[in-house]
Design a protein. Structure first.
Length: 262
């Protein structure tokens, strides 16, 4: 049993949490919106979510039955329902009350909890949860190494995050951002990461990246442009069979494990 009670970290009345730089970790507000959810409507969007879900649940398989999972910035409701269905004890945290809107059916039925917190100073003791999951937030974070540090602090076993990889077509993403925005309309600028950066950030917190799995070889914006789920699925098969997806694909989902137990 883990203690999920709040500590003195963070102040719900101070959105900046008293941080010296005055920056607020609140990119989850946009990701929790209905506008953002529409990006994943239709057959291609559902395939994106199904791929993300399959990989995430696979990476968490080593957790014991009923393990406690903290979903940080999970108001997009992409992974919380599958985590609940898989039998995990799920707590979701967001930077603003509106981030819980899309989770209401699960909150009202008591299937998960939602709390508004300072995402830069999670109000939980060290090792309060078996695992922490953070999807769709890292590339938009105001302090990504600090975010990883907090995820590692509250997780006694594992942390799962996703990131756009510099080894993929994302390396030229800045040049094609105007075209991407023209196609997707509501896209945001984002940071890309090298696997080396991600591994080092976890190593600094006493964690080791154990598994890395890329979701797609071809850019997601291209799949959206074609808008044919079956064709996209077929186009991704050769890359997976040849091992190119994991070498050159993106976004990448990783699981890092604590080197010594809390």
């Amino acid at each position: 049993m883990h203690d999920h009670s709040s500590s003195s970290q963070g102040d719900p009345n101070d959105p900046a949490g008293g941080h010296a730089d005055g920056l607020v970790e609140n990119a989850d507000i946009a990701a929790s919106s209905e506008d953002y959810a529409r990006r994943f409507a239709g057959a291609v969007g559902r395939w994106f979510i199904e791929t993300q879900t399959r990989i995430t649940l696979k990476l968490l398989r080593a957790l014991p039955a009923g393990a406690s999972v903290l979903d940080v910035g999970g108001g997009h409701a992409q992974i919380t329902p599958p985590l609940v269905e898989a039998g995990y004890d799920v707590t979701v945290v967001g930077s603003d009350p509106q981030c819980g809107h899309r989770l209401q059916p699960w909150i009202q039925n008591g299937h998960c909890r939602f709390e508004v917190v300072d995402l830069r100073a999670l109000p939980y003791p060290k090792g309060a949860f078996d695992a922490a999951v953070c999807l769709r937030l890292l590339p938009h974070s105001v302090d990504w190494t600090g975010l990883i540090a907090e995820l590692c602090r509250v997780a006694s076993r594992s942390v799962v995050v996703d990131y756009p990889s510099s080894r993929s077509a994302n390396i030229v993403s800045a040049y094609f951002f105007p075209m991407k925005r023209g196609l997707e309309l509501n896209t945001r600028r984002f940071r890309i990461f090298s696997p080396f950066e991600i591994r080092n950030a976890f190593t600094d917190q006493g964690f080791a990246v154990r598994t890395e799995e890329a979701q797609f070889l071809w850019p997601m914006v291209l799949h959206r442009l074609v808008n044919q789920a079956l064709l996209s699925k077929m186009a991704e098969v050769p890359g997976r069979l040849l091992g190119l997806t994991n070498k050159l694909g993106s976004p990448v989902i990783v699981r890092a494990d604590r080197q010594s137990r809390v």
